[in-house]
Design a protein around this ligand. Sequence first.
Ligand SMILES: Cc1cc2nc3c(=O)[nH]c(=O)nc-3n(C[C@H](O)[C@H](O)[C@H](O)COP(=O)(O)OP(=O)(O)OC[C@H]3O[C@@H](n4cnc5c(N)ncnc54)[C@H](O)[C@@H]3O)c2cc1C
Length: 385
Amino acid sequence: MPVDADLTILGGGCAGLSLAAQLGLYQNRAPRTVVLEQRSSYQNDKTWCFWGDDSTPYARLADHQWRALHLINGQQRVLIDCDKIPYRMLKSSTFYDSVLADMAQNPKLSIQLEASVVKAPLFRQGVWHIETSQGTLTSRMVVDTRPLRSSSELQAVLWQSFYGHEIVTNTPCFDPACAELMDFSAPHSQHIGFTYTLPVSTTRALIEFTTFSAAPLTAPELQDALMQSIAEKVKGTPYQIVYSEYGLLPMGITQRGADAQPLDPSYIFSGLHASAGRPSTGYAFQRIQDWATRCASALAAGGLPKARAKDPYFLNHMDRIFLNVLRNNPHHGPALFTRLFSKAQSAQVIRFLSDKARFEDYLAIIRAMPTAPFVKHLFAGKALL
Ligand SMILES: Cc1cc2nc3c(=O)[nH]c(=O)nc-3n(C[C@H](O)[C@H](O)[C@H](O)COP(=O)(O)OP(=O)(O)OC[C@H]3O[C@@H](n4cnc5c(N)ncnc54)[C@H](O)[C@@H]3O)c2cc1C
C-alpha cells in the first residue's frame, strides 16, 4: 500500500527537530520524513544550557558560554571550574533556524506547520493513519514527541518548576564571564528554591527562580520569588524585561499515562515526557541529541525507530536515591548541592551531570554526599522511582 511518508514525527520541538536534523546528515539514505507541528511559526521560547566541548552537538552554535560558574549558599561561594567543558547557552530560536534551514536542503525531509495531531494514530494493515487538523496522513513508522496534555497524566518524584525574565539594565550590573548556577540566598521554606543567573553582557541577563517540589508550581506562584531574586541581583538599577520563560520538568518519572504503550514496534515515544530528562536535573537537551543520533542511525540503516536506551543501573540508582533524599528532606537541598560541587572536582561533577561519568567519578560523587540521609534511604525501602 503506498504511504505518504516512511516516517512521521509528531511534534517539531527539540526532540522532533533533533531527529530530523540527524536524518538530514544521511542525505538520500534518510527515510521520507514528515514532521507534524501544531505551531504556525517558530519563536524563541526556551533557553537550553548544557556542558560541552566543541565536539558536543550544537556547541558551536551556542549564543553564549561560560568557563566559570558559581554556587552560592549563604556566605559560601563555590567556584565550578568549566574551563575545558564550558557551560553553553543555546536559544531555541537559534536551534530552530539552523535545523529548519538544513531541512529545506533535503527533499527527503519536510515539515507541516499548523498541523495538529487530533487523535491517537490508528494502525491498520501495517500502516499508521494519523489524523491532523489538515487531513489524514499515512506512514510506515511514527516517532511521537508530543508532550502529555497535562502534568497530571505524569507522576514524578519531584517537579522542577521555573520562571525567568531576561532583563536589560540601564547601567552595568553583571559579569558575562561567570554565571550563577544556584544561589540559595532567597528563602523558600517548603521547597528547594534557588536563583539561576545567566549574564550574557554587563547589562543583560536571564534570571530564573527555580524550585524542586513534590507538586508542580505555576508561573504566577513563582512570580514573587522571581521579582525578589531580580531585585537582589540588580540592587536598585532600573531594568526592562525583554523575554520570559516558564518551565515544568518532571524529575524521575514514575508513571506515564496509559497511552504510553505503543501497539507496534514501528511506533515509539520520545522527548521530555518519555523520560528524556535526566532524573536528578531535569536536563534533557543533550540526552535528546544522543537519542536522535542513535535513532537516525538505525533508520538510515533501514531499521525501525529506536526509543531512548535506559540509563545504566548505577546512574539510575544514584539519581533515585538523590531524588528521594531531596523529596523527603527539602531543607537539606542547599547543603547537598553545596557539598556536591565543593567536595568533588568540578570536572567529575560535570561528567556525572552530563551522563559521561567514569567509575571514579561515581565514587567521588558518593564520597561528597553526607552518609546519614543516603544510607537511611538506601535501607529504608523508601524509593519512589
Ligand atoms: C523553558 C524551558 C527551558 C529548558 N531549559 C533546559 C536546559 O537549559 N537544558 C536542558 O537540558 N533542558 C532544558 N529544558 C528541558 C528540555 O530540554 C525541553 O523541554 C525540550 O524542549 C524537550 O523537548 P521535546 O521535544 O520533548 O518537547 P518540545 O520541545 O516541547 O516539543 C514538543 C513539540 O510538540 C508540538 N506538539 C504538541 N502537541 C502537538 C500536536 N497535537 N500536534 C502536533 N504537534 C504538537 C509542540 O508544539 C512542540 O513543538 C527546558 C525546558 C523548558 C520548558
